[in-house]
Design a protein around this ligand. Structure first.
Ligand code: ATP
Ligand code: ATP
Ligand code: MG
Ligand code: MG
Length: 267
């Protein structure tokens, strides 16, 4: 029964449901961060403070949303993975995305001063866009994560070489770009080593591998507490490790499983 003649407008609100039993990835990305990074004089190619701030904001998001099992960040982007059994916000895409984006942005701004004490924020303030993608299998999800980490590697090798040519080699951006056009990974490694004595393998892991945020659960924990509670209490850690190989996932079976200690089975 209608409460008023205006109530019909509710029918215009269309569903934006995500399928049950799928892994939902919400990926956010800084809006116009190329310009933003210049405004605040981020060190090129990698400003450690900016990455630490991204990681701190991601940790805060995970603390507030225990249904997120793992997050992965590079550059100005972060991917948050919701467990396939998560029923948060009735699995509505807009609600999940807007919650992540607003929570992340709020913490990014709130925590800014602890990472950039000498450069206060001024308008236009940082903002992020976001989207939700669902993956039906653990394999698809792992391939998604691998895709982002490979991207991190490709971009970082390129950027490290590009900026070495400029900062140490004295080239301008155009010449550096020309020098790298069509180059393979091996060529970039060779340029770094022969011209600048830089061994790419010795670059910091955070730049080469990105940042993985997850709950470090002691596997001996009692089974009484429900999963959600246990996940909420577990310590959240940020690591810069390989998530492409099986080892990371096999050593932490609780990440993708309903029952900590068990590897998720797939038909
Ligand atoms: P869009 O709004 O389309 O995302 P964008 O300018 O943010 O545009 P991206 O492709 O997202 O473009 O690239 C982000 C840019 O932000 C990088 O190219 C880099 O210049 C800068 N950036 C982000 N994080 C860092 C960092 N930690 N150190 C140095 N530069 C960074
Ligand atoms: P993302 O936001 O996706 O992590 P990024 O910020 O790490 O990206 P880009 O902004 O894409 O990196 O790269 C920095 C600069 O290097 C850009 O000017 C871009 O045009 C150039 N660049 C990156 N990768 C390549 C490539 N494979 N070939 C040519 N130019 C490249
Ligand atoms: Mg961006
Ligand atoms: Mg980006």
């Amino acid at each position: 029964m209608a409460n008023s003649k205006y109530e019909y407008v509710k029918a215009f609100e269309q569903p934006d449901l995500l399928l049950p039993n799928t892994w939902i990835v919400v990926r956010i990305d800084g809006r116009g961060f190329h310009k933003f990074s210049n405004k605040y004089s981020f060190e090129k190619p990698n400003d450690r403070r900016a990455l630490d701030l991204m990681n701190a904001a991601a940790k805060a998001v995970m603390t507030e949303l225990p249904d997120i099992v793992i997050a992965y960040g590079i550059s100005d982007e972060y991917s948050f993975v919701f467990h396939k059994s998560c029923a948060l916000f009735e699995r509505r895409s807009s609600k999940l995305v807007t919650t992540i984006v607003s929570t992340f942005t709020a913490y990014y701004v709130h925590l800014w001063a602890s990472f950039f004490p000498e450069t206060p924020l001024s308008a236009p303030l940082p903002s992020f866009d976001g989207r939700a993608v669902q993956y039906p299998s653990v394999q698809n999800l792992r391939d998604y994560m691998s895709w982002r980490q490979v991207d991190c590697h490709i971009n970082n090798l390129y950027n490290t070489t590009f900026w070495a040519l400029i900062q140490i080699g004295g080239l301008d951006a155009k010449s550096a770009e020309k020098e790298l056009a069509g180059s393979l990974a091996a060529d970039k490694n060779e340029i770094l080593f022969s011209k600048f004595k830089i061994n790419y393998n010795n670059e910091p892991e955070i730049y080469k591998k990105g940042s993985v945020v997850f709950r470090d659960i002691a596997q001996s924990k009692t089974q009484e507490e429900n999963d959600r509670k246990r996940r909420a209490k577990a310590r959240i850690t940020v690591q810069h490790v390989d998530i492409i190989k099986d080892e990371f996932w096999e050593r932490r079976p609780w990440l993708l499983s309903n029952k900590p200690g068990k590897i998720p089975k797939e038909p």
